[in-house]
Design a protein around this ligand. Structure first.
Ligand code: UDP
Length: 242
């Protein structure tokens, strides 16, 4: 897997946060197997950099608690439904990765032993040391949180050096780059900038958790080929929040 001449990753262990929407492709909802396959191929390439990769997967392409609450669903029930959605996504991503020859384990924060291991921190770290990609599903297992906060939490728990927040744009901008052509990308931000600016890219619980536990966040565009590898090699793409 690791060729001696391949440029190395700047990081030993990372958490990649993939929003559920990133699996949707061009569909309105749900999962695009082609998109999962494309992401899996990208991830397969970065393993050659010798990095230990754990993924926290979201559920927004299937269900978000907030969407249910708006229509009168009980908040906590909606959040559990959202967490179950992340398990569906985790299985889709696992399937795509394994079809591409990448060994994986799914660990779920809500026990579902027929399809995933329960989340066990030490076992997750052992999988990573053995070169397996670990996919964390079901968020924190508790309602009222997001999978961004889960990514921050798991990063701390397993000793990841950085949280890679994959998005559809090149980083954090002064305005929405899809609406405002003058919008400029920030190369660096402090956690405080992110919190005060109420940046849409992650919720404030996730940002403050990263701040307290000194986990740098790199916000970058997942949909540019080779970007994950660039981030891992330490190239200055996206926006660094530290
Ligand atoms: N969720 C939760 N607790 C968690 C993580 C997620 O209750 O620890 C629920 C919440 O309802 C959320 C949904 O699961 O809306 C899907 O997660 P998220 O919105 O973070 O997914 P993403 O936007 O990354 O696709």
């Amino acid at each position: 897997m690791k060729s001696p001449s391949a440029p190395k990753s700047k990081y030993r262990r990372v958490i990649l946060k993939l929003g559920g929407e990133s699996l949707r492709g061009k569909r309105e909802h749900g999962i695009s197997p082609e998109t999962c396959d494309a992401i899996a191929k990208e991830l397969k390439e970065v393993r050659a950099l010798g990095v230990q990769l754990a993924i926290v997967i979201g559920g927004g392409n299937i269900f978000r608690g907030a969407a249910g609450t708006k229509r009168g669903l009980d908040h906590v029930t909606g959040d559990y439904m959202g967490m179950l959605a992340t398990i569906i996504n985790a299985l889709a991503l696992q399937d795509a990765l394994e079809k591409n020859g990448v060994p994986t384990r799914v660990q779920s924060a809500i026990e579902m032993r027929a399809v995933a291991e329960p989340f066990i921190r030490r076992r997750a770290m052992r999988h990573l040391e053995k070169g397996r990609v670990v996919i964390f599903a079901a968020g924190t297992g508790s309602p009222y949180f997001s999978t961004d906060t889960t990514a921050a939490l798991r990063a701390s728990e397993i000793g990841a050096e950085v949280l890679l927040k994959a998005t559809k744009v090149d980083g954090v901008y002064t305005a929405d780059p899809k609406k405002d052509r003058k919008a400029k990308r920030y190369e660096r931000l402090t956690y405080m900038d992110a919190l005060k600016g109420r940046l849409q890219v992650m919720d404030s619980t996730a940002f403050s958790f990263c701040m307290e536990n000194k986990i740098p966040i790199i916000v970058f565009n997942l949909f540019k080929h080779g970007n994950i590898a660039r981030v891992l090699r330490g190239e200055k793409i996206g926006t660094l929040v530290s």
